[in-house]
Design a protein around this ligand. Sequence first.
Ligand SMILES: NC(=O)c1ccc[n+]([C@@H]2O[C@H](COP(=O)([O-])OP(=O)(O)OC[C@H]3O[C@@H](n4cnc5c(N)ncnc54)[C@H](OP(=O)(O)O)[C@@H]3O)[C@@H](O)[C@H]2O)c1
Length: 263
Amino acid sequence: MDLELAGDSALVTASSSGLGKASATALAREGADVVINGRDQERLEAAKDEISDVAAGTVVTQQGDLTEKDDIEALVDTAESEFGGLDHLVTSAGGPPSGAFLETTDEDWYHAFDLLVMSVVRLVREAQPALREGDGGTITNITSRSVKEALDSLVLSNSVRMSVIGLEKTLSRELAPEIRVNAVLPGSHETSRIENLVEAAVERGEFDSYEDGMEARGESVPVGRIGDPMELGDTVAYLCSDRAGYINGQAIVIDGGSGNANL
Ligand SMILES: NC(=O)c1ccc[n+]([C@@H]2O[C@H](COP(=O)([O-])OP(=O)(O)OC[C@H]3O[C@@H](n4cnc5c(N)ncnc54)[C@H](OP(=O)(O)O)[C@@H]3O)[C@@H](O)[C@H]2O)c1
């Protein structure tokens, strides 16, 4: 299926690794011009090389910390100045630290809110004028299946990410019809985030080894494995395309069937 994204422009945040990088790769492979982002310039350049190998469009890097308002403004400015506009905003971010409620401090909560929620608020505020132009734009928020079902040892993710879903649903009504807004809710995908979470679980004594922890994660998924990040990236590219033109205000779980919720 040709997603007809050639010539479109996209900004994908937190995309030097993992799910953001996979989404940027899928968009670039479909011919979109893409701005990728992360805090570490070396990692960002490595991601640019990797994505450029399969890209049909241009890949541009913009270093920046998503908890910094000025960095977010610079991200949107770069997309507009490099590509003359912006059609698609895909928001990802780093994950908040794992742990139980009693281990968290006020600072942890404020930082998680800045990273996961205020980054989306500021990105949308900055990007929406450009997204409205032309044939209309899209916003896709990468969050977590923890908004459907609380996950053990992830109190910050379970709590703070709910705000993004409330925001996403509201925006899908307030910004329509010019802009469609959706969220994707990943279960376990093979990225450094999952490696870090499994290492933390081993330290807490939940598994004997890293290998045991990874195996247990795969076994608990009905399809029998954790996800390939490109499976999520391809879904994001589809949601950005006109092929998904009637999908708006949805939160789509991509978890191999891990969740038990009926809806
Ligand atoms: N992978 C999964 O199975 C899974 C499941 C559910 C939810 N999620 C969520 O999906 C999101 C992405 O996870 P992932 O698996 O892609 O993680 P990842 O592979 O660790 O990648 C995280 C990316 O975010 C960037 N980043 C982190 N903090 C940043 C900041 N303050 N400003 C700008 N960039 C920042 C990192 O680059 P720098 O460090 O260089 O900044 C990196 O490019 C996270 O919120 C995670 O909790 C992931």
